[in-house]
Design a protein around this ligand. Structure first.
Ligand SMILES: [Zn+2]
Length: 82
């Protein structure tokens, strides 16, 4: 009889721990998705050289302008001021 109770508690424990890991996995997924969304909602900046918009976080700041690449920055900044 005692053994059966033990088995029952072991099963409950197992069930709860499985449930908990599933929930924490789902929470992780949700956090990940939220992070992606904030990345998408990030401010966009214009590269004055190639006229393309890119997220500020991945842009290069050179001479007060944002560029998509080092090449664009070089080309733009080497240009004589008009
Ligand atoms: Zn560019």
């Amino acid at each position: 009889m005692a053994l059966r109770f033990l088995l029952f508690f072991a099963l409950v424990y197992l069930f709860v721990s499985v449930l908990r890991s599933v929930f924490s996995w789902r929470r992780q997924q949700r956090d990940l998705r939220r992070r992606e969304e904030t990345k998408l909602g990030e401010e966009m900046v214009l590269d004055p050289q190639c006229q393309s918009y890119l997220p500020k976080g991945s842009a290069l700041l050179r001479g007060g302008f944002y560029f998509c690449s080092e090449q664009c920055a070089r080309l733009y900044l080497a240009r004589p001021p008009s």
